[in-house]
Write a protein that binds this ligand. Sequence first.
Ligand SMILES: [Zn+2]
Length: 295
Amino acid sequence: MRQNTIQKPVSIAGTGLHSGKTIHLKLLPAPCNHHIVFVRVDLPGKPCIPACIHNLSSQMRCTALVHNKAKIHTTEHLLATCFAMKLDNLVIEVDGPEIPGMDGSALPFYNMLKEAGIQEQEAQAEEIIITKEILLQKKANPLWQKLLQALKIGGKIHSSNIQVLPHPSGLKLEYFLDYSFSHIPKQNIALEIEEDTFAKEIAPARTFALQKEIGIGQKILGLGKGTTSQNTLIITDKGEILDNTLRFPDELARHKILDLLGDISLVGKRIHAHIIARYSGHSLNAALAKTVDSL
Ligand SMILES: [Zn+2]
């Protein structure tokens, strides 16, 4: 399998979900073994931030990458799209601290990259073939449980786990979601990840948040200034979607697969595995990417 880049530069602009500012992105072709590198063109010296697991930094509710003090966050939807399209080498110029949220899904990024076209390159792509089961577990964070109680939402936050099984023919992802504390029915989905299935089944799935959680994020943490009911599925106390309609009945579980793809893409190699994630979020996804990277 060969490495790929894009055939021509493409651009897109949108609002940053956290900062609320307009952010411009320009994607350019890059040579073999360059990998995917963000360039903060708004900062002095235009620092580079390679999209690799070693630059991962912990951040509330999104993936952030830091290199030589330069930071870029909310990279996961764009990187998931590159990963699903088997793009290995790209320069991503960005004039702000975050990737724009667009409509909350990866579809605008997919359409942009489709327009750019895929260019096959000389060098071989690196692959990781999982041969033994891996199991990662994380206990429920007591802070989230306390937050639920404080918000009078009730219900129980699950411990989460990710199981990885051999699957030599490609990458299969499965996600179990339980937001039943917020009146959302349990959801689970399993999919072989190919470009076509990604474009139809995963890329359109939008990000989501509890209405109460957004209130706290905006008021206390200063996060989510650009969040609206048109770029985020906002779940009300009754489990309804505020001023919007679902694209799939299980859109939330599909979006969790999108986030998981974005996080494991930081390994920088094609991965052959069957990954089963139960209630996992970015921190356990990151632990998975680090474990796979160390194989
Ligand atoms: Zn997401």
